[in-house]
Design a protein around this ligand. Structure first.
Ligand code: GYE
Length: 324
């Protein structure tokens, strides 16, 4: 009986204490209805570059910044992007941001977005449309210039006789088209350069590894791998090492993106040149949307400033500061 009474008293005390205790400060939730809604159709999650790009967009379009981001991953399939854009239109988003898989095939769906009065901002890769007013503007990299940079490095640093293996990105994407054009133009100028193999590795590590493994199995001889992104280069490096070759020495490796992990391989000598391609577009796209909201007209095309890294100019300090 006494025990029961004590228990009841304790319980009352607890209830009282809980009621009086100051509440932990709850974060002030931004008013959902006030947020600007942005539908972002992303290519996929095929590479470190892409992951860096997605997280840059997610950070830039946070609720704290006044946005609600609807992110759709298209798994590298254009049909999925078209469906995502149609869903954004149905949901009545304020802005559509599109990172297009390939350059062609956008006229119809972008006409639908225009009919619905939703501005479309392109990021990263470009598109080919009959009517350029179907999109508001584009921000991204100069992929042809990136290809030319890699080719120039080969001219200046490698012998005049070269057997080249070319791992391409997804065929029809701007990154593939520009980087391939740079190499093709240089091949025309160098009779001693021979293209011994060329195939798409879809920007993935697994495909890069698979392609180099099969070349080594067939005993194809080559001196250089021109890999259109870092992830395919990682796969190529694994395949070379497994065959007892030293990447960067037995076979020169050129790559694109220059993510922190790849720059470490430049420092250790396994990648000879990495051409920078910056994925941190979130703040750039947000600045464009803010311009539009103020009634201003952003530049139709904005190129990001980029460089390239080899053993000559790369430092630990540069790698530490990389955001991707
Ligand atoms: O180089 C590659 C990614 O379009 C620039 O796509 C982008 C490319 C990037 O998968 O890693």
């Amino acid at each position: 009986m006494k025990k029961g009474f004590l228990l009841a008293q304790l319980l009352c005390l607890c209830v009282l204490l809980c009621a009086c205790a100051p509440r932990a400060a709850e974060p002030v939730k931004p008013d959902e209805a006030q947020l600007t809604v942005v539908g972002f159709s992303q290519v996929g999650a095929e590479s470190d570059w892409r992951l860096g790009n997605t997280s840059s967009m997610v950070q830039a379009f946070s609720a704290e910044n006044g946005y609600r981001l609807i992110l759709e991953d298209a798994q590298q399939k254009q049909e999925k992007q078209i469906t995502a854009i149609r869903n954004f239109i149905n949901q009545g988003v304020d802005y559509i941001v599109l990172a297009p898989t390939t350059e062609n095939g956008w006229d119809t769906v972008l006409s639908e977005a225009r009919a619905a009065g939703i501005p479309v901002i392109l990021v990263d890769r470009r598109i080919e449309v009959e009517d350029e007013s179907l999109f508001t503007c584009w921000v991204g990299s100069d992929f042809r210039r990136e290809g030319d940079t890699a080719a120039r490095w080969m001219e200046e640093n490698l012998p005049e006789t070269l057997r080249i293996v070319h791992l391409q990105g997804n065929i029809g994407s701007s990154a593939q088209i520009g980087r391939t054009e740079g190499l093709m133009a240089a091949l025309q100028k160098h009779p001693g350069w021979e293209l011994v193999f060329q195939a798409p590795g879809d920007f993935t590590q697994a495909k890069g590894q698979e392609l180099i493994e099969s070349l080594l199995r067939e005993k194809t001889a080559f001196d250089v791998i021109y890999s259109e992104n870092d992830n395919m280069a990682y796969g190529a490096i694994d395949a070379l090492k497994a065959a007892g070759l030293t990447p960067g020495r037995d076979v020169s490796i050129l790559s694109f993106d220059a993510s922190a992990a790849a720059l470490r391989l430049v420092l250790s000598g396994e990648i000879n040149l990495d051409v920078e391609c910056n994925p941190l577009h979130g703040p750039r796209v947000r600045a464009i949307i803010e311009q539009l909201r103020r009634g201003e007209t952003p530049a139709k095309y904005t190129y990001v400033d980029e460089t390239s890294f080899d053993a000559e100019n790369l430092t630990e300090g540069i790698i530490v500061q990389r955001g991707y």
